[in-house]
Design a protein around this ligand. Structure first.
Ligand code: SAM
Length: 282
């Protein structure tokens, strides 16, 4: 006889997940980045790191079968979970909807977030993200969904290191600059592959992201990112070479930037100064 998941014990075990998948005739989809958390201790650790309580509004992207969602709901927080895979909806109806979680069927890259997350509340994203689209999801939410104030997200280690890198770090690049326009980021934990079903072939980290009260530079972000992309397109070259078509010697001088620097040495404030000089036509 198939065993129903018991509502008196919230966190899903490896056995629960295997049984749920089998009973619903499902196999984890690689294309959708489905690596389900199957270790209650890790799930509880993530929720502790998220620092949420009954007064919090939490959004999860990709609840899967509900491993993390059940523990988020156990804090008493208001939880909304957005899942793309319609085959998982009957599972979530069993595991998390009875706990009061609002499950929304949708694509995190396309959904109208204004409709899903009321703008008069502050939201916390807590999620084990689909790794292939994790950077895009994080950066798009920072750009477009100001009501999300903090994020604690599981991503592939290299992606996490890029998001959290500071100027001068080896991992510093385009996503690091884009993130730092809006937020600060740090690695909060390293997570072993053994806690997932199936085990991913890559290493994983949790990244904590905190939105700044205001963007750190006031210049037009599209113009800034255009200059950043051009410079990092030839990251080993000096800025005077990689930006020769966009920035004049006078503009480097006006911004106080040494044109013999390489792009990984400039922090977001310096990129802002360079962009301001270019826009001013110095
Ligand atoms: N949170 C669950 C856990 O930790 O066990 C599952 C995490 S799994 C790494 C990623 C989840 O994101 C899967 O459930 C997958 O179906 C879902 N997903 C993939 N792409 C998505 C998208 N664009 N929008 C929303 N969910 C997506």
């Amino acid at each position: 006889m198939p065993r129903k998941v018991r509502s008196d014990r919230m966190t899903l075990t490896r056995r629960d997940i295997t049984e749920l998948l089998a009973r619903h005739g499902l196999e984890p989809s690689r294309a959708l980045g489905q690596n389900f958390l199957a270790d209650p201790n890790t799930v509880r650790r993530i929720v502790r790191l998220a620092c949420i309580d009954a007064s919090s509004n939490v959004v999860e992207i990709g609840p899967g079968v509900g491993s993390l969602t059940t523990e988020l709901a156990a804090t008493g927080a208001n939880v909304v979970a957005v899942e793309l895979d319609r085959h998982l909806l009957p599972v979530l109806a069993e595991t998390v909807e009875p706990l009061g979680v609002r499950v929304v069927h949708g694509d995190a890259l396309e959904i109208d977030w204004g409709e899903v997350l009321s703008a008069d509340k502050q939201w916390h994203l807590v999620a084990n993200l689909p790794y292939n689209v994790a950077t895009t999801i994080v950066l798009d939410l920072l750009d477009d969904v100001p009501q999300i104030e903090t994020m604690l997200v599981m991503v592939q280690r290299e992606v996490g290191e890029r998001l959290a890198a500071s100027a001068g770090d080896g991992a510093y690049g385009i996503p690091s600059v884009k993130l730092s326009l809006w937020a600060t980021a740090s690695i909060a934990a390293r997570i072993p592959a053994t806690v997932f079903i199936p085990q991913p072939r890559v290493e994983s980290v949790m990244v904590r992201i905190e939105r700044r009260s205001a963007p750190v530079v006031s210049v037009d972000h599209d113009s800034l990112m255009d200059i950043v992309r051009t410079a990092f397109g030839q990251r080993r070259k000096m800025l005077r070479r990689s930006l020769s078509s966009k920035v004049t010697t006078e503009q480097f001088e006006a911004a106080g930037i040494d044109p013999s620097e390489r792009p990984e040495r400039l922090d977001v404030v310096q990129w802002g100064a360079l962009t301001a000089a270019v826009l001013a036509g110095a």
